[in-house]
Design a binder for this molecule. Structure first.
Ligand SMILES: *[C@@H]1O[C@H](CO)[C@@H](O)[C@H](O)[C@H]1NC(C)=O
Ligand SMILES: *[C@@H]1O[C@H](CO)[C@@H](O)[C@H](O)[C@H]1NC(C)=O
Ligand SMILES: *[C@@H]1O[C@H](CO)[C@@H](O)[C@H](O)[C@H]1NC(C)=O
Ligand SMILES: *[C@@H]1O[C@H](CO)[C@@H](O)[C@H](O)[C@H]1NC(C)=O
Ligand SMILES: *[C@@H]1O[C@H](CO)[C@@H](O)[C@H](O)[C@H]1NC(C)=O
Ligand SMILES: *[C@@H]1O[C@H](CO)[C@@H](O)[C@H](O)[C@H]1NC(C)=O
Ligand SMILES: *[C@@H]1O[C@H](CO)[C@@H](O)[C@H](O)[C@H]1NC(C)=O
Ligand SMILES: *[C@@H]1O[C@H](CO)[C@@H](O)[C@H](O)[C@H]1NC(C)=O
Ligand SMILES: *[C@@H]1O[C@H](CO)[C@@H](O)[C@H](O)[C@H]1NC(C)=O
Ligand SMILES: CC(=O)N[C@H]1CO[C@H](CO)[C@@H](O)[C@@H]1O
Length: 670
C-alpha cells in the first residue's frame, strides 16, 4: 500500500520521469488510456510528428543585432506617485491575457465531456489564475457562426463535425454540440477560477439559434461573462457567408434583429452582455460606429471587440486559395522582435478606445496571435513570440484595451499557447506548451490582482524599439516595471543594464528609490529557442513534456539599489524580460510562494483516492530532481486495490492504477 508521502513524490516526479496523460473530473474520473514509461523512450521515433504545425521542428536564426545598436546602459527616470504622471492607462486586471479556444478543438483541449476533463488543461489554467485571480476563456471563433446546440448526438457525442460542408478559406467545419459542452465548462469553473465567453451563431438571422445562451445562462450563471455576436463580420462577404452587397448597415440591421430576439427570450436571464463588433480590419471601427451602432446598441453590449493578427501565413496553409507565394518565416522573424509591432497593431484602435471608456464598456482584442492561418513555424513557437506577446499585451493595456485573448487552434497551427499530444499518442506523450504561454504569466504578475494597475509606456532609451520598458502603478503608486530585451546576444553584445531612478533630482518628488528591488526574469538562450524557456527559473518543460504545471525552483533575484545616487541597476539579458518589483507592497504581495499553483483540491475520486495534509502537498512543489527520482521506484509497487489514508479537509490527491503504472491526477484548487 502506498503511503501519502510516496504519492507526493509521484505527483512531483511525473513532469520529468513520466509521460502521463490523465483526464478526470469530480467523482467520475476515468483513465484515458495507457501510461508510458519514460518520455525519452516514447519520443524516440517521432519524426512524422513534425508534420503537424503544432510540433514543427523549424528553428530559425536569431536576427543580427540592430545597426545602429541601441545604448546598452541607460537611465529610466520614473515618478513614484501616479498623480505626477501623464498618460497612464485605465485600471487593468491580472487576467488581461486570456485564451480563445476554437470551438472545434474543445474536445482535444478542454475535455471529451463534462466527466472527462484534461487535467493538464486545468493545471495550465491554474498557473494563470493563481497569479491573476482568475482566467478568461472564449470558446468560439469561425466555428461559432454555424454551430448548433442540439438535444443529443449519436453515440452520446458532445460535438459532431461536418467537415464535408466546411466553409471559409480556413476550412471551418460545421459543428453540432450538446449541452454537455456547457456542463464541461461549468465543471472546469468548479475546479479553477475560469470565466467564459461564448458565441451566439450569427450565420442566419432569419432562423435564430439562441439555445447556447439559454443553456449557458442557466448552467454557467456568473461564470459566463458575455456572448459574442458576430465573428469578423467584415469577412462575411469574402468568406461567402453573405451576398456581396452586405455592408456595415446590413450588419447593424441584423445585429438589431438578434438583440430584439434576445430581449424577448424568457429563457435568457442576463442581458446587456454582448461582445461586438469583432471586426478584423476590413471595415474600420469608425465605419461601424458611423451606422449608429454604438448609440443604438449600447445597452445590449458590454465589450467592444476587435480581432487582429499582425500577419498571416495563409499562402502556406492554403496553397491553392490564391494567397500567392508562401512567406519564409525567417524573413518575418525580425518584425516580431520590436516594440513597433504592438504599437502598429494598436494604433488603428486609439480613436476607439476612448469611446469604450465613454460608454462604460470594456475594449478587448477578442482573438489574436502572431499570424493568422496557423502562424509561422519557427516564429510563432519561438521565445521571440513570448517577448512579442509581453510587449504587445502591455502596449494594449497602456492603450486602454481591457483584455486580449490568445487564440488556440488545433494541431495544424504553430502559435498555440498549449497543445495536447496527437490523439494516437495521448497515452504516451504529454502536452506541448508554446513559449507564448509564458507571456500570460508575466502579464498576470505584472498587473497583479488588485484591479488598480495602470500601465505607462516609458519610451525608454530614447524610445528604442529593441529595449522597451513599462511602468505599472498600483493603487496610485509605482509598483512594478517590465523591461524587455528583443536582442539575442552575439559576440558578447546585446545585454543591457537599465538604471531605474524613482522620483528625486528635479522631478519635484522626493527620492523614491527603494533600498532593493526583487526581479523575476523570463529567459531563453535565444529568440529562436523553442523548448528551453524559464520564468523565474521555472518551466513548463519542452515539447511533449508538460503536465500543465511549472517545475523547478522559483528564482527571484534581489538587486541592491544605490540609495545615495537614488538608482537601481537592472541587468536585462539578451534576450529576456525583467519584471521588477519596486514598491514594498508589490514585493510583498507578489512574493510568490510555491504553494500558489499546487496547494489544491482534488480533482476526483476513482479507483484510488488518497487524501493528505495540504501543508505536505504545498511543500512538495519544487522538489529537487533527486526527490523526483524517488517516485520512479514505485512503478512496479502499485496495485489497483482501493487505497485510502488520513483525510485532510479540502484536499485530495488522486491516484489511479492504469495498465501497469501510476497515474496521479494533479490536485486542483477549487
Ligand atoms: C524535421 O522533421 C522532418 C519531418 O517532418 C524530418 O525529416 C527532419 O529530419 C526533422 N529535422 C530535424 C532537425 O529534426
Ligand atoms: C466521457 O468521455 C469518456 C472518454 O471518451 C467516455 O469514456 C465516457 O463514457 C464519457 N462519459 C459520458 C457521460 O459520456
Ligand atoms: C446557418 O447554419 C445552420 C447550421 O449549420 C444551417 O442549418 C443553416 O442553413 C445556415 N444558414 C444559412 C443562411 O447559411
Ligand atoms: C453536408 O450537407 C448536405 C446537405 O445539407 C448533407 O446532406 C450532408 O449530410 C452533409 N454532410 C455531412 C458529412 O454531414
Ligand atoms: C450599405 O448598402 C446599402 C444598400 O446599397 C446602402 O443604402 C447603405 O448606405 C450602405 N451602407 C454603408 C455603410 O455603406
Ligand atoms: C487611457 O485612458 C486614460 C484615462 O482616460 C487616458 O488618460 C489616457 O490618455 C488613455 N490612453 C490612451 C493611449 O488613449
Ligand atoms: C499516429 O498518426 C500519425 C498520423 O496519422 C501516423 O503517421 C503515426 O504513425 C501514428 N503513430 C502511432 C504511434 O500510431
Ligand atoms: C477584481 O475584479 C474581479 C472581476 O470583476 C473580481 O472578481 C475581483 O474580486 C476583483 N478584485 C478585487 C481585489 O477587487
Ligand atoms: C537553457 O537556457 C538557459 C538560459 O536561459 C541556459 O543557461 C541553459 O544552459 C539552457 N539549458 C539547456 C539544456 O539548453
Ligand atoms: C459544477 C457543475 O457544473 N457540475 C456539472 C458537471 O457536469 C455534469 C454533467 O456531466 C453535471 O451534472 C454537473 O452538474
Amino acid at each position: 500500500m502506498l503511503k501519502p508521502s510516496l504519492l507526493l513524490s509521484l505527483a512531483a516526479c511525473w513532469t520529468h520521469v513520466w509521460a502521463v496523460t490523465v483526464y478526470g473530473q469530480e467523482g467520475v474520473t476515468q483513465p484515458s488510456g495507457v501510461l508510458a514509461t519514460a518520455t525519452a523512450t516514447a519520443t524516440a521515433n517521432l519524426d512524422w510528428i513534425s508534420n503537424y504545425a503544432a510540433y514543427n521542428n523549424k528553428t530559425l536564426t536569431p536576427p543580427a543585432l540592430p545597426d545602429p545598436m541601441p545604448s546598452t546602459a541607460f537611465t529610466i527616470q520614473v515618478m513614484n506617485n501616479a498623480a505626477n504622471v501623464n498618460g497612464l492607462s485605465v485600471q487593468q486586471s491580472g487576467d488581461f491575457f486570456g485564451f480563445s479556444i476554437e470551438m472545434s478543438v474543445v474536445q482535444q483541449v478542454i475535455g471529451k465531456n463534462a466527466s472527462f476533463i484534461a487535467v493538464p488543461f486545468l493545471n495550465l489554467l491554474a498557473t494563470v489564475a493563481d497569479r491573476a485571480g482568475r482566467v478568461r476563456i472564449r470558446v468560439g471563433g469561425n466555428t461559432q457562426e454555424t454551430a448548433t446546440l442540439v438535444e443529443s448526438l449519436p453515440s452520446n457525442e458532445m460535438i459532431a463535425k461536418d467537415k464535408e460542408n466546411a466553409s471559409n478559406p480556413t476550412d471551418t467545419p460545421i459543428l453540432d454540440f450538446t449541452a454537455e459542452m456547457i456542463y464541461l465548462m461549468s465543471n472546469v469553473s468548479a475546479l479553477v477560477n475560469a470565466k467564459w465567453y461564448l458565441g451566439i451563431p450569427f450565420n442566419d438571422t432569419s432562423n435564430l439559434r439562441l439555445q447556447i445562451a439559454e443553456v449557458a445562462d442557466a448552467v454557467l450563471g456568473d461564470n459566463i461573462l458575455a456572448y459574442q455576436l458576430g465573428n469578423e463580420p467584415d469577412l462575411y462577404v469574402s468568406h461567402g457567408h453573405r451576398s456581396s452587397d452586405y455592408n456595415q448597415t446590413s450588419y447593424y440591421n441584423e445585429f438589431g434583429v438578434v438583440v430584439d430576439a434576445l430581449n424577448n427570450d424568457a429563457k435568457i436571464t442576463k442581458h446587456g452582455n454582448l461582445v461586438a463588433p469583432s471586426t478584423q480590419g476590413t471595415w474600420t471601427l469608425q465605419s461601424v460606429w458611423d451606422t449608429g451602432f454604438l448609440t443604438t446598441y449600447q445597452d445590449a453590449i458590454s465589450v467592444l471587440s476587435v480581432e487582429q493578427y499582425p500577419d498571416n501565413n495563409c499562402a502556406a496553409a492554403f496553397p491553392d486559395a490564391g494567397f500567392g507565394d508562401p512567406v519564409d518565416p525567417q524573413s518575418v522573424f525580425a518584425n516580431y522582435l520590436t516594440h513597433a509591432s504592438g504599437q502598429n497593431i494598436v494604433n488603428q484602435y486609439l480613436s476607439s478606445t476612448p469611446l469604450a471608456a465613454q460608454y462604460g464598456k470594456q475594449f478587448m482584442m477578442f482573438e489574436t496571435n502572431t499570424a493568422s492561418c496557423g502562424g509561422f513555424p519557427g516564429v510563432s513557437d519561438s521565445f521571440g513570440s513570448a517577448l512579442w506577446a509581453v510587449d504587445y499585451g502591455l502596449q494594449m493595456a497602456y492603450s486602454n484595451f481591457t483584455g486580449a485573448l490568445l487564440h488556440i487552434g488545433g494541431q495544424d497551427v504553430s502559435y498555440n499557447p498549449f497543445t495536447p499530444p496527437p490523439t494516437n499518442l495521448s497515452s504516451t506523450e504529454q502536452w506541448t506548451v508554446g513559449p507564448i504561454m509564458y507571456s500570460t504569466l508575466v502579464l498576470a504578475e505584472a498587473l497583479g490582482t488588485s484591479n488598480t494597475s495602470r500601465v505607462l509606456d516609458t519610451f525608454a532609451n530614447s524610445a528604442n524599439a529593441y529595449t522597451p520598458a513599462y511602468a505599472i502603478y498600483e493603487n496610485d503608486v509605482l509598483a512594478r516595471m517590465v523591461l524587455t530585451n528583443f536582442m539575442t546576444e552575439q559576440n558578447g553584445q546585446g545585454a543591457y543594464t537599465a538604471t531605474i531612478s524613482v522620483g528625486g533630482g528635479d522631478t519635484g518628488e522626493a527620492n523614491g528609490t527603494p533600498s532593493s528591488v526583487k526581479v523575476k526574469y523570463l529567459l531563453a538562450p535565444s529568440v529562436a529557442e523553442k523548448d528551453n524557456v524559464t520564468w523565474a527559473g521555472q518551466t513548463y518543460g519542452g515539447r511533449f513534456q508538460c503536465d500543465g504545471r511549472l517545475s523547478g525552483t522559483e528564482d527571484i533575484q534581489t538587486i541592491q539599489c544605490d540609495t545615495t545616487a537614488n538608482t537601481c541597476q537592472i541587468p536585462v539579458p539578451a534576450p529576456g524580460v525583467a519584471l521588477v518589483f519596486i514598491s514594498s507592497d508589490a514585493q510583498g504581495v507578489t512574493e510568490p510562494s510555491t504553494t500558489q499553483t499546487y496547494s489544491t483540491t482534488a480533482v476526483t475520486k476513482v479507483k484510488n483516492t488518497v487524501t493528505i495534509d495540504p501543508s505536505v502537498l504545498a511543500t512538495s512543489n519544487g522538489d529537487s530532481a533527486k526527490d523526483r527520482a524517488e517516485g520512479s521506484t514505485s512503478q512496479g509497487s502499485s496495485s489497483d486495490a482501493p487505497r485510502t489514508a488520513g483525510v485532510a479537509p479540502g484536499l485530495t490527491l488522486l491516484a489511479m492504477f492504469v495498465t501497469g503504472a501510476w497515474v496521479v491526477v494533479a490536485a486542483m484548487r477549487r
